[in-house]
Design a protein around this ligand. Sequence first.
Ligand code: ZN
Length: 313
Amino acid sequence: MTRWIILTLSLLAVQAFAYGPLGHEIVGAIADRKLAGTSTAEKIKTLLDGIPLERASLIADDIKSWDKNGPDDRRGIHFLAHPAIEQQLRDFWKANPPGPDASDTTPSHHWMHYTDVPVLDAEKYGDGKTGRGNWDVVHTIPYCIGVLRGEIAENNPRKITKTIAVILLAHCIGDIHQPLHVGAEYFNEAGEPIDPDRGVTGLGDEGGNALSLVHNATAERPRHYYHSFHAYWDLDTVRNLTIGTPDEVPKAERESVYALAKEKLIANFVANEPKNWRTPGDPKAWAEQCFCKGRSTRNWDRLSRLVNRRRRR
Ligand SMILES: [Zn+2]
């Protein structure tokens, strides 16, 4: 089953654009449709209590709404219609709480979404130490596969049950293809990019979270201000490349326009598999291969152009 989940989720992530809710839903929806009618779909249905992967792909982000007041606060996003899943999510959140005390033995669930490997010199995951960790996205994906295969007990210290493993995979396969989820730039005090794995220390941009981006600043109406470069890539690249900027669609029509564009994209990927998307070998090794894809696709080229443009300003 594991292989099919990963295969199917990877199908879209190779070429489309995941990461914000819209992108994650698209990845999950394609997996739902590719798996429909298979025994794997039945197993997922049982594990997720009928929640489709399209919706489940958002849950790893949804539980961040518990970060401020804890999972007992009713104001966050909850799954009360699925009490067993709600309980497992609470246990998972409590075993991996966010905050300053996060450590290798008690990691933050946030860490499982990314790496901060330096972008300078286009390092591979195994090339250095900076920005990697035992609970980053490259380690979390094979861990989840281990749980689904029964190699790791469900009652593990991270409280990643089979259900949580599917929830995390449905999300992380999208995240690992987002360039800013697999790379960060580091700067010295003069603001020059440095490679922290080569003996120099500096400040990282946290995958673009520490950078502000003003898009189209010289236009007559400089409307687009993104609070972070990371958020721009998570959210707006998906919209801009598939649907158009929100400003191009009247507010009242946005929901239906987005739904139509999303459906068209999903149907297209279900009908036309991208070439060379299949990854050979053991699925446990795929996270590291996906890491490289996230950093070497045309997404990454586009990111480099944006960063260079920023530097010239
Ligand atoms: Zn994420």
